[in-house]
Design a protein around this ligand. Structure first.
Ligand SMILES: [Zn+2]
Length: 249
């Protein structure tokens, strides 16, 4: 059975109980962290996730609220004695900067570091990120301030699907990623350059015929009105993401 854990549900400014948005997907032998904010080890442990099960890290884009935890995650896994490889995925724009960030720490000189494999994803719609018999993850470029990807996750034996918009203005690429998914996780920072309001997220969810919509990357001050406006548009199940919320697939 596949499982999604919301490790953070907040927008760029984290709030008490609402860390920066990042997610964790477990399916079979794959443990996939999607973005890596603030204190990744603390959040993963609080969510009772075995750190040795984390096999992959997808970086959606190079904004601090999505990648600033990468050096700390890598250092802490190393200090904890990790030996198994970690695969890191992202667009060339993201991976180039993630590598440059790690190089500033001179991490190549740290002895006996576990293998870290960087994978540059093509800037194309429905590019394959991970493909295994029980899990497929696709990425498409979305409409944010810098190159950014949204994701579609297929839990194959369960025939269940999940999409994640990441940070984006409403765009057809997300509607396509989310076509008839069981769950769409869509950002709801607010209408404006590079972001979406809850209402716009609901329009995309309706267009994609998603079964369930979960709003993420929101400010708790605006959460209630956010939800009310989205409900007017989207007829399906709708809720706000909360830190440590778990969904089974
Ligand atoms: Zn962003």
């Amino acid at each position: 059975m596949g499982q999604l854990t919301i490790l953070g549900s907040g927008y760029a400014i984290p709030e008490e109980g609402h860390d920066n948005t990042h997610l964790y997907i477990q399916q079979g032998n794959h443990g996939v962290l999607v973005d890596c904010a603030s204190n990744p080890i603390v959040q993963l442990r609080r969510a009772s996730i075995d750190l040795d099960q984390v096999t992959d890290l997808i970086l959606t884009h190079f904004h601090p609220d999505h990648v600033s935890g990468v050096p700390l995650l890598l250092m802490d896994l190393w200090l904890l004695g990790r030996k198994s490889p970690l695969h890191i995925y992202g667009l060339p724009h993201t991976i180039d900067r993630a590598q440059a960030m790690m190089n500033l720490y001179d991490w190549k000189k740290w002895p006996h570091f576990f293998p870290v494999m960087y994978n540059r994803l093509p800037e194309q719609e429905m590019g394959v990120v991970i493909s295994s018999p029980d899990l497929k993850i696709y990425s498409s470029p979305v409409k944010h301030l810098i190159p950014t990807i949204g994701l579609r996750v297929e839990f194959i034996p369960e025939e269940k699907t999940l999409a994640y918009s990441c940070d984006t203005e409403p765009c057809p690429q997300v509607a396509k990623l989310a076509t008839k998914v069981n769950v769409l996780i869509h950002e709801a920072t607010g209408a404006g350059l590079g972001h979406s309001s809850a209402l716009q997220a609901a329009q995309i969810a309706r267009q994609a015929e998603a079964e369930q919509l979960i709003l993420i990357h929101y400010s708790i001050q605006s959460a209630a009105e956010t939800l009310a406006s989205a409900r007017e548009i989207f007829p399906g199940s709708l809720q706000l993401a909360e830190d440590f919320m778990k969904l089974s697939f």
